[in-house]
Design a protein around this ligand. Structure first.
Ligand code: AMP
Length: 375
């Protein structure tokens, strides 16, 4: 792994430890008008590291971002509800205010870093969700303080490294989600390493269009047609849907849903993979050794277009392979279905897990710690 873990830190007793955690919890407004934590899973995930430090006599200062306040104080995005929640569970932990209330965090301002680390002796990064960001609290402190990764990040790195380094074969990636542009650099990096890449979701239509199919009103990104064509021609296995669930109408017209092959008539918009594709993707997944899945197969928020995502989720869980779900919408879908426990690993970072695979683990957060660490 090449990264120092908690046990590699100098003795923590009596020391002040700055922990960068991912406390970016969903909040809702309470009846009294204040904010409440809607789901505590991210804070709970930070507890093992905080506990480890507190039990060994450290004073802990935790910092995190919450939402997107874009460099201004927004009281509704205060970390106070998180501080209250944690104070009920752990003593000796101070939760700092939302890092992104100051523009210096996202700008990676060196003055902001100096203020952040002032009074601290050691640094622990346990925020996997932001490990791919060049933000002050992520990449700055290791220049000044002995540093290590926390338990959550350690588990993420171990799980994702099983895909990047000598995976059990066949090694498959199944990718979906809306925009092909968001994932094109990942695709370029991943396609040569995988035995097959299965593509669903909104991004499959740019590939189908690159093959010359008419895809009606489905989302196609013309800027990426050439790259999709090159990937298809690369000789690696890219498996595309053979049928599509599409819809027309809406607004003042009645909505109609129908299944088509790869060619979709004008006026229809592809919103999920079809039944034949669900079956072929499932049988591809059966016999695989390693599977990485990121992105829904369709507009899964609408039950009429959720079947592709649900069936792929089940097929990944049943594959018998080493399975990693790459955060974001796919992890949410799996939690909603109540089958989260059936995957080898559910990543806490959507963008970070994609960047980890693309960069073979060389995320800015880790490179910053590695550059000061001697094995
Ligand atoms: P992403 O953030 O790129 O992973 O995209 C996730 C979003 O893509 C979800 O909100 C899905 O509903 C949406 N999505 C997936 N497939 C389609 C599709 N065929 N057409 C429109 N939106 C889609």
């Amino acid at each position: 792994m090449g990264l120092p873990i908690l046990e590699d830190l100098p003795p923590v007793e009596g020391k002040v430890v700055l922990v960068r955690a991912d406390l970016n919890v969903p909040l809702t407004e309470s009846v009294s008008g204040g904010m409440e934590i809607a789901d505590t899973f991210r804070v709970d995930a930070a507890i093992p590291t905080l506990n480890w430090l507190v039990e060994r006599g450290a004073s802990v200062k935790v910092c995190s971002h919450l939402g997107r306040p874009s460099g201004r104080v927004e009281p509704k995005l205060s970390l106070k509800p998180v501080a209250e929640y944690l104070s009920g569970r752990l003593a000796g932990v101070e939760v700092m205010e939302n890092l992104r209330f100051d523009p210096g965090e996202q700008a990676n301002d060196p003055v902001f870093v100096k203020n952040l680390i002032s009074g601290c002796d050691l640094y622990v990064n346990d925020a996997f969700g932001t490990a791919h960001r060049l933000h002050a609290s992520v990449v700055g402190p290791p220049d000044y303080l002995p540093s290590a990764i926390g338990r959550l990040v350690e588990a993420e790195v171990r799980a994702l490294a099983k895909i990047t380094a000598e995976p059990e074969r066949p090694c498959l990636a199944i990718l979906g989600g809306a925009k092909v542009g968001d994932k094109i650099s990942l695709l370029k990096a991943l396609v040569p390493k995988m035995d097959a890449v299965l593509i669903g979701g909104g991004m499959c239509f740019t590939f189908l269009a690159a093959l010359g199919h008419d895809v009606g009103d489905s989302m196609v990104d013309p800027d990426y047609l050439d790259i999709c064509r090159q990937l298809i021609d690369s000789g690696r296995r890219i498996v595309l849907p053979t049928d599509i669930v599409a819809m027309r109408g809406g607004g003042q017209f009645e909505e109609e849903v129908a299944v088509f092959g790869r060619t979709i008539p004008a006026g229809w918009k592809g919103l999920d993979i079809g039944p034949k594709t669900r079956e072929s993707f499932s049988s591809e997944l059966k016999g695989s050794g390693t599977v990485f899945w990121n992105g829904p197969m369709g507009l899964f928020e609408d039950h009429r277009f959720a079947e592709g995502t649900r069936e792929v989720a089940k097929a990944v869980a049943d594959s018998g392979a080493y399975t990693v779900v790459g955060g974001g919408d796919s992890a949410r879908a799996v939690r909603q279905m109540g089958i989260a426990g059936r995957f080898s690993h559910l990543s806490s970072g959507g963008g970070a897990s994609l960047a980890f695979l693309e960069l073979d683990g060389a995320l800015p957060a880790f490179e910053s710690i590695r550059s000061h660490h001697k094995d």
